[in-house]
Structures are given as structure tokens and as C-alpha cells.
Design a binder for this molecule. Structure first.
Ligand code: HEM
Length: 405
């Protein structure tokens, strides 16, 4: 099939992302399975009203994520602009291509190694314990687990990593919460984004004068990046790690409350390998980044047997690709699963593969284990049918999760 639909030609195209209203809310939208088993590459209308291709097969997804003919540079391709992101001014490295992308990303990779994240684990555990103390100490029931647990965890962890002083936590959390809140207006998000930009720049200047034992000080100390570049990319670290991790915690708890025998495996296990494997299976099964990948084809090419024109928007459905037939019984949540070589794609693939994945794994392991151990009687306080899912958002999850114990 040849398709060269103009960017605004969206009439009759299926809305993307679709709603997860099939067998259960953890499965990708039913239509995606048909797309994956059919042509593989599907024309859709994105949540920003643009026409795009979506790759649904594992192998096609890997090509889009790793082939240099797909660009993520918002300045070369303003059609990549989503939300309050702007194509003006210096761009954070996830919105650039190599070699510029590599030049900046290189400055941050040493901060996110497995070794460094393991060293951070005790501090992460202590923070999570403190958040749980506060949640458990609340008098009201039910408690919204998103507000009082899932969101504060990545917020406090990233503050610790970046070196945000404790007295600024309230300001920092308030504005980052607006940016990651589903129902905030565009104006509110623009204002919050501006406030965080200003804050990050002031923080970078302060760390330049008075360096501490934190990421911002160390990256500035190397001397390759200006305070402006550190600020713009520091803000991206804050945002990239926030919404994904918070939704992953919230949706994992929802799935585990629906599958108590699987929750018990995490609660009762003293084997860190089992917990690590369980987290990867939850990442694959839930695949929360459902509308996070945005690329443009830089030349005419063929993908999955179809013609893609230069300038076409191309996205990847991680939920569809992670249920590809290469995973045995792909629709089953099996915390003992051994992933095939090449693993899953929940953290992406290629040059833009998630920089914070080791941190996310530590946060998820500690958050789920501590929550399930400290609250063995944790229950959903409303019927599952009343839980509001984030169907329309870039990261899938739940808007609220009323729980009791
Ligand atoms: C990139 C998922 C947590 C920082 C990505 C990408 C995915 C992803 C799919 C690839 C995007 C693309 O190709 O366009 C997730 C999930 C997380 C998580 C599922 C949690 C469960 C984090 C954390 C941080 C982080 C905790 C840092 C604090 C980043 C950055 C990039 C990225 C900086 C861009 C990398 C680049 O362009 O080179 N993430 N992420 N993420 N992630 Fe994560």
C-alpha cells in the first residue's frame, strides 16, 4: 500500500492512543492487535490532531527507534511539537538527533549507571519509608494512592538526585505536579513550565557558586555545558522521570491488587532477582508509555512493507509491540517470565533509550516491595469499574487510586 496523506488529512482515521476497553484495562486497545497482525503499520489521528503512522510490531518498532532516518529534532521538524513544548530556543537532548544529542546526553550518562543507582538505593528506601509513614498516618480513608504515594516518590527522588534543597521541595513539587497533572489547562502548564525553567536556571547558577554532592554540581563541574544547558536538561530529567514513574507505580499497584497471588510473590520474596524480573514483566505487560514516541521520517522509505513519505510523523505503540508474538502467552502477566533476548521495549530502544531506566527500576522495586510489606491488607476502596484510567494521556495509568487497609 502507498500512502502519502497530507499532515492534516485525518478524516476517518482511528483516534490514537485508543482506549484500553477490551478484556481488561491493562491490555492495549483491541484494535492494536488487529493492526499488528495485519499491515503492522497503521495510519492514525494523534491526540494533537495530526495524521501519523504507528508501528505496532516489535521489529518495526525497533527500526523506528534506532534508524537515523527517523528524527526526533523538533527544530528541523516543528510538526513534532506537542503540548507546551516549543520549537524555539535551546532544545533538551531528547528532542535532538546525533551528534548533538550524543554530545549532551554523554554529560549525564555517568550519573545514571546501575552502580550509581544501586548506591542511591538506601536513600531511596528511606525516602519511600518516610512517604509511607505520612500516608499511613493520615486520618481520612480512603486515601488517594496517586497523590500520597505514587507522585511524591519520583518527585522526592529526583529532587535528591538533582540537589534541590529541602526547603524548595514544596515549590518544586507544586509546579512539577501541574505539568504532570492530566487536567491542568495549557495556560497553567505554560506558567508552571516557566516557573520551573527560572528555578532550574537559578539552581544551576547557585550550584556553580556553591557546588554540592549532586548531579547539577557535578555536570557543571565538568565544564562542558553552560548553566543554561544544564538547566534546560535538568528540567527534562525532572519531567521525564516523573510522570512515567508515578504512573507505573500507580498502575502496577492497581494490577497487583487485581492479582493478589502475584502481589504475594513480591511481598514475600527475599530474592532481589525475582523482584527485578517481576518489575520488568510489569513494565512489559503494562507498557504505560502509550503516546511518548514522536519521530519524523527524513526521507521516503519502506517500513513493514508500506511506503512512508519524507516528513510523515511516525510513532511507535510500545503497548502493542510488547504484546508481540515473540513473547509466549504475551497477554498473561507472569512475574516469573523469562524475557526473550532483546527484552521488552518499555524503555524504548536505540540512541534515545531511557536514560533513567536504572533509577526507575530501583524506585519501582523499592516502592512496590515496601508498600506491599508495610500494608499487607491494602485494598481498592472502590469497584475496579469505577477506577478512572488515563486513556487519553501520553503515559497510561490511573488518575486517582482510592485505597484503604
Ligand atoms: C527516554 C520510558 C523513567 C529519563 C525514555 C523513553 C521511554 C522511557 C520509552 C524513550 C523515548 C523516545 O524514544 O522518544 C520510561 C519509563 C519510566 C522512565 C517507562 C519509568 C517507569 C525515567 C526516569 C528518568 C528518565 C526515572 C530520569 C530521571 C529519560 C530521559 C529520556 C528517556 C532523559 C530521553 C533519553 C534520550 O533521548 O536520549 N523513557 N522512562 N526516565 N527517559 Fe525514561
Amino acid at each position: 500500500m502507498t500512502a502519502t496523506a497530507a499532515a492534516d488529512d485525518t478524516a476517518g482515521l482511528p483516534a490514537y492512543p485508543g482506549k484500553r476497553t477490551g478484556r481488561c484495562p491493562f491490555d492495549p486497545p483491541t484494535a492494536y492487535t488487529g493492526w499488528r497482525q495485519g499491515e503492522g503499520l497503521q495510519r492514525v489521528r494523534t491526540s494533537h490532531g495530526k495524521a501519523a503512522w504507528v508501528a505496532t510490531r516489535f521489529d518495526d518498532a525497533k527500526v523506528v527507534l534506532s534508524d537515523a532516518r527517523f528524527s526526533a529534532d523538533v527544530r528541523r521538524f516543528p510538526q513534532l511539537t506537542v503540548s507546551v513544548q516549543s520549537a524555539q530556543g535551546p532544545q533538551p537532548f531528547p528532542r535532538t538527533d546525533d551528534p548533538e544529542h550524543a554530545r549532551i546526553r554523554r554529560q549525564f550518562t555517568g550519573e545514571f549507571t546501575v552502580k550509581r543507582m544501586e548506591a542511591l538505593r538506601p536513600a531511596v528506601r528511606e525516602l519511600i519509608d518516610g512517604i509511607l509513614d505520612e500516608m499511613i498516618g493520615r486520618e481520612e480513608r480512603p486515601v488517594d494512592l496517586i497523590q500520597h504515594f505514587a507522585l511524591p516518590v519520583p518527585s522526592l527522588v529526583i529532587s535528591l538526585l538533582l540537589g534541590v534543597p529541602y526547603e524548595d521541595h514544596a515549590f518544586f513539587q507544586e509546579h512539577s505536579a501541574v505539568l504532570t497533572r492530566s487536567f491542568a489547562t495549557r495556560e497553567e502548564k505554560t506558567a508552571a513550565s516557566g516557573a520551573l525553567n527560572d528555578y532550574m536556571l537559578k539552581l544551576a547558577h547557585r550550584k556553580q557558586r556553591e557546588p554540592g554532592d549532586d548531579l547539577v554540581s557535578r555536570v557543571l563541574g565538568v565544564g562542558e555545558l553552560s548553566p543554561e544547558e544544564v538547566a534546560v536538561n535538568g528540567k527534562v530529567l525532572l519531567l521525564a522521570g516523573h510522570e512515567t514513574t508515578a504512573n507505573m507505580i500507580g498502575l502496577s499497584v492497581t494490577a497487583l491488587l487485581e492479582n493478589p497471588e502475584q502481589a504475594a510473590r513480591i511481598r514475600n520474596s527475599d530474592d532481589p532477582r525475582l523482584t527485578a524480573g517481576a518489575i520488568d514483566e510489569l513494565l512489559r505487560y503494562l507498557s504505560i508509555p502509550q503516546d511518548l514516541i514522536h519521530r519524523v521520517a527524513t526521507e521516503d522509505l519502506t517500513l513493514g512493507g508500506q511506503h512512508v513519505s519524507a516528513g510523515d510523523l511516525v510513532t511507535v505503540s510500545l503497548p502493542a509491540a510488547n504484546r508481540d508474538d515473540r513473547f509466549a502467552d504475551a497477554d498473561v502477566l507472569d512475574l516469573d517470565r523469562r524475557l526473550p533476548p532483546g527484552g521488552h521495549l518499555a524503555f524504548g530502544h536505540g540512541i534515545h533509550q531511557c536514560l533513567g531506566q536504572s533509577l526507575a527500576r530501583v524506585e519501582l522495586q523499592e516502592a512496590l516491595t515496601l508498600l506491599l510489606r508495610r500494608l499487607p491488607g491494602l485494598l481498592l476502596a472502590v469497584p475496579m469499574a469505577e477506577v478512572k484510567f488515563r486513556h487519553e494521556m501520553a503515559a497510561f495509568g490511573v488518575h486517582e487510586l482510592p485505597v484503604t487497609w
